[in-house]
Design a protein around this ligand. Sequence first.
Ligand SMILES: *Cc1c(COP(=O)(O)O)cnc(C)c1O
Length: 383
Amino acid sequence: MFVYADNAATTRVSDAVVAAMLPYFTEHYGNPSSTYPLGQEASAALIRAREAIAACLGCLPSELTFTSGGSEADNQILRSAAAWGKAHGRTHLIASAIEHHAVLNTLEDLKAEGFSVTLLSVGPEGVVSPADLKAALTPQTALVSVMLANNETGALQPIQQLAELAHGAGALFHTDAVQAVGHVPISLKNSPVDFLSASAHKFHGPKGNGFLFAKRGFELQSLIFGGAQERGKRAGTENVPGIVGMAAALQEACDHMTENTKRMEEARDALQEKLGVLPGTRVHAGTLLRLPGHLNMAFEGVSAEALLPVLGMAGICVSSGSACASGSPDPSHVLLAMGCSPDEAKSSLRFSLGDDITPEQVEYVAETVKREVERLRNLHQRR
Ligand SMILES: *Cc1c(COP(=O)(O)O)cnc(C)c1O
């Protein structure tokens, strides 16, 4: 059996999305900046895509900028907000310690440019505490950046409350919503969120496509200079098929969110229960609100490094945390921030189920993981 349970790393592009994209490679292949009809067809497709995404999120089409993905969106927002801060005498930035490296490493770079950075830790359930943010805010704070849902644990963050606190101190608020968009309801209408980042390949769209939301009135900075595409904020000929696919994928995800959530939650809860039968297991971030498909679990005495290839051979795709962290022997910065020991972090697996998961697949994953964990534990004991 083959089970893809690593949807937090990337997702399969849905068949309907591929079908929506294809004509924009071969038929409507014009450059959207060209004025003849072939170009204007492409330009019209971009307008429709922007409108569809805006409708899904409850924002204005003009508040969206297309990017090459979540990382670029995070980079552009952080740099733009930092520039705004500098112009207003604010050179302090706050983020959570569990952010994606697209945020953390951009902040590292901004430090070298003279900004000071505070990283907020999280409680044992992987959630940022509003009280901690309140204590960290200063009159110099330019931006607070806290993700909507964590990619390793799925833990949802109280961004509404955090954004209001940031505003109370005169700071801007960004949320990296890459794991959340298309998976949980999001409405930017009347929301205190100033900036949001998203990535198509996390919701069954194509890789290398994303977008950022920046509230009306805010002047973004460019990362890429050149032509006047994206209102002069992101130069380069638009990835028309990719953008069409991203909009189709988000539309599909939003249209089916209720039933997808139910199916994924039921499967995830069943998997958690079946694996919980093993002694020496612990669920990370299991008691508060989580993304529907996420399960992050520690298996005492077994390293993920040993378990992953065995599961891979059995046709099961899971991971030990973020795609960027796997391959490096370092324990997850997210689990460490939650208070896990390095050993426990290294013995943890992340399952992120897809919306096509079946009960048979759940059963297969549970039985295989249990068998292999027990086998590896016995091996260690005999040594
Ligand atoms: C995947 C991911 C990103 C990066 O998005 P890309 O499109 O792969 O660059 C950023 N933040 C989070 C939370 C992610 O899960």
